[in-house]
Ligand binder design. Structure first.
Ligand SMILES: Cc1cc2nc3c(=O)[nH]c(=O)nc-3n(C[C@H](O)[C@H](O)[C@H](O)COP(=O)(O)OP(=O)(O)OC[C@H]3O[C@@H](n4cnc5c(N)ncnc54)[C@H](O)[C@@H]3O)c2cc1C
Length: 487
C-alpha cells in the first residue's frame, strides 16, 4: 500500500503473520463492496505475498442493538447481490445470515482457525468498533483493520477534531494526496492464487443454512426476533441501487444543490447516506463522479488551500463544491472524532462549554415534556417536528435541514439533556436506515454543541445554537412536505 494509505492500516494484535494457515481471511463487516475497497485490496496483497487463496466472509448478526426488519432487509438485499457476483466470478465467498445469536461468532472463530491472517474493516463506532477491540485478543492469528471509510485516512489525525473548520484545514491539506492515491477499482483482478478453498463440512453441520435468508428475504426476516414494527423500505440495499441514486442525483439535482438543498419541498440532496453507511459505494467514487461535472477548464490545479474556510477551495461549480464539503468535511469529521474518542456516544464527550451551559440550565422549567412514546408517535404540539418524525418512521430518513430542528427541539421537550440524548439516539438508530453511523452521533451531538461554539444564552438550551420551527417555516420551502407527512 502506498505511503499515504499506510495511515489506513492498523495492526490490532502482536501476532506476526507466519503464513501457517491455508488462506487469507477477509471479513467484510461494514464496507460491503468488492470495488474501491482498501481493505479488500490489502487482503489481496497478503494473499499474493503468502501465495494463498483468499476467503471472503460476509455475515450478518441478529442481535445487534436497534435491529429491525428495515435494516435487515436492506442489508440482506446487498448480500444477495454479492452472492450472485461471487458465483459469477468464482470467488471463495461465504455469506451467512445468523438466525440465532452466537452462530456468526462460531463461524468466524472456526474460519479463523485455518487462516494465516485476518483482514477486516476499521470502523470507529457501533458493534464493529467493539468487535475490533475484542476479537484480536480472542482469535489466535494476526488481525488487521483497514480504513476504507473516507478520503482522509483515520490514521492521519493525531486527536479528535473539535470543529469542522479544524478538520477542513486537514482535509484541504491532504485532499490532493487522497484523491490521487485512490482505492483500486477492482482489487480482485490482482489476486494470483485462485484455488478453491475446501472449508470443512463439520463447521456447517453445526449451523443452519446461512443462505436461507437470500431465497425469500421477506419471509426470512419476518421470522426473526427483531423489531418487526419498523418496516422495510422501497430503497434496495445493493450497490446497483447506490449507483442508480448517484446517477439520478448528478443528472437531476446536483447542479441545484447549493441553492435548494435546505428546502424540503425541493428534494435536491443526494439521498446517498444509506448506501454510504453500509459501504455499498465509496466516497472516492462519488467524489470522482461529481468532479467530472466541474466546468470544462477545471482541474486539480484550480484547488487552493483556503485555511479551513468552506468556500474558495475547489474553485469550481459552487453546487458541486458545496456538496463535496458535506461529503468530505462534514461526513469525515465525525469518523475522525469517533476514532479518537471511545466515549463518542456519551453525554460527557461534549465540549466543556456545552456541558457547563446544559448543567446550569438543567433545572429550568420546560414548556413541554414528552415521553419517548409520544415523540415516537409524532404526538407533539409542533407540526414541523411531527412531520419530520413521520418521515423518519415511514421513509427511514429525515430531510437534512429538518433533521437539525428535529434534534434541537427534543432538548427543549425532555426533563434533562441526558434523556433527550438517549431518546434521539434511540429514535435515530431504530428508524433511520443510515443510523448507527459515525454521522448519527455527529448529527445528534451537534445539536448539543459538538463541533459548534457558544451562542446567545436562553432558558433550557443555554448557550447552544437555537433553532425554531417558526423561523424554519419562514426560511425554507416546506408546504408540500407538511402536506405529505401530515399523518
Ligand atoms: C440529529 C441528526 C441526526 C443525523 N443522523 C444521521 C445518521 O444517522 N446518518 C447519517 O449518515 N447522517 C446523519 N445526519 C447527518 C445528515 O443529516 C445526513 O447525512 C444527510 O441528511 C443525509 O442525506 P443525503 O445523503 O441526501 O445528504 P447530502 O446533502 O446529499 O450529502 C451527501 C453526504 O454528505 C454527508 N453529509 C451531509 N450532511 C451532513 C451532515 N450534516 N453531517 C454529516 N455528514 C453529512 C452524508 O454522508 C451525505 O450522504 C444527522 C444529522 C442530524 C442533525
Amino acid at each position: 500500500m502506498k505511503k499515504f494509505n499506510s495511515h489506513r492500516v492498523f495492526k490490532r494484535n502482536n501476532i506476526e503473520p507466519g503464513g501457517k494457515g491455508e488462506y487469507v481471511l477477509y471479513w467484510m463487516q461494514i464496507n460491503r463492496r468488492f470495488h474501491y475497497n482498501f481493505a479488500l485490496e490489502y487482503a489481496v496483497g497478503w494473499a499474493n505475498k503468502l501465495n494463498q487463496p483468499l476467503l471472503i466472509l460476509e455475515a450478518f448478526s441478529c442481535d445487534y442493538p436497534w435491529a429491525t426488519a428495515r435494516t435487515h432487509t436492506f442489508m440482506i438485499q446487498g448480500m444477495k447481490e454479492h452472492c450472485n457476483y461471487a458465483l459469477e466470478q468464482k470467488l471463495n465467498y461465504i455469506s451467512f445470515v445468523e438466525q440465532e445469536a452466537g452462530q456468526y461468532d462460531y463461524l468466524l472463530k472456526k474460519l479463523s482457525e485455518n487462516a494465516s491472517v485476518l483482514i477486516t474493516d476499521e470502523y470507529p463506532v457501533f458493534i464493529m468498533r467493539k468487535r475490533n477491540e475484542r476479537y484480536p485478543k480472542e482469535l489466535n492469528l494476526p488481525y488487521y483493520t483497514i480504513d476504507s471509510n473516507g478520503l482522509i485516512p483515520l490514521g492521519l489525525t493525531q486527536k479528535d477534531p473539535y470543529s469542522a473548520y479544524l478538520f477542513r484545514k486537514i482535509m484541504q491539506k491532504n485532499f490532493i494526496d487522497a484523491y490521487t492515491n485512490p482505492p483500486k477499482k477492482n482489487p480482485l483482478v490482482d489476486l494470483r492464487n485462485r484455488d478453491k478453498i475446501q472449508v470443512p463440512n463439520t463447521i456447517f453441520e453445526n449451523l443452519p443454512d446461512g443462505n436461507k435468508a437470500l431465497y425469500d428475504i421477506e419471509d426470512f426476516v419476518s421470522g426473526l426476533k427483531i423489531n418487526q414494527e419498523v418496516k422495510p423500505l422501497e430503497w434496495h440495499g445493493g450497490r446497483t441501487a447506490a449507483h442508480g441514486m448517484l446517477g439520478q442525483f448528478i443528472k437531476n439535482r446536483m447542479l441545484e444543490y447549493g441553492d435548494k438543498r435546505n428546502d424540503p419541498d425541493e428534494r435536491k440532496t443526494s439521498n446517498l447516506s444509506p448506501w454510504l453507511h453500509f459501504g455499498k459505494i465509496s466516497s472516492y467514487e462519488i467524489v470522482n463522479a461529481v468532479l467530472d461535472y466541474q466546468p470544462l477548464e477545471w482541474d486539480l490545479d484550480k484547488i487552493t488551500y483556503n485555511n479551513g474556510s468552506s468556500g474558495g477551495f475547489f474553485n469550481g461549480n459552487s453546487n458541486i463544491d458545496g456538496f463535496l464539503d458535506e461529503l468530505i468535511t462534514w461526513r469525515e469529521v465525525g469518523f475522525h472524532f469517533a476514532y479518537h474518542r471511545s466515549d463518542y456516544d456519551k453525554f460527557e464527550s461534549l465540549p466543556n462549554w456545552a456541558l457547563e451551559t446544559l448543567n446550569e440550565h438543567r433545572n429550568d422549567p420546560r414548556n413541554w415534556n414528552y415521553t419517548y412514546e409520544e415523540l415516537e408517535n409524532s404526538q407533539t404540539h409542533d407540526e414541523i417536528w411531527n412531520a419530520s418524525q413521520r418521515q423518519l418512521k415511514k421513509e427511514g430518513i429525515i430531510h437534512n435541514y429538518l433533521r437539525m430542528i428535529w434534534g434541537k427541539k427534543v432538548i427543549e421537550w425532555t426533563p434533562d439533556p441526558e434523556t433527550a440524548l438517549q431518546n434521539l439516539i434511540d429514535l435515530n438508530n431504530t428508524y433511520a436506515i443510515d443510523g448507527r453511523d459515525p454521522n448519527s452521533y455527529s448529527g445528534i451531538f451537534w445539536c448539543f454543541g459538538r463541533f459548534d461554539r457558544a451562542w446567545q444564552e436562553r432558558p433550557v438550551t443555554g448557550k447552544l445554537r437555537y433553532m425554531s420551527s417558526e423561523n424554519t417555516r419562514k426560511k425554507v420551502k416546506l408546504r408540500e412536505y407538511l402536506r405529505t407527512y401530515s399523518q
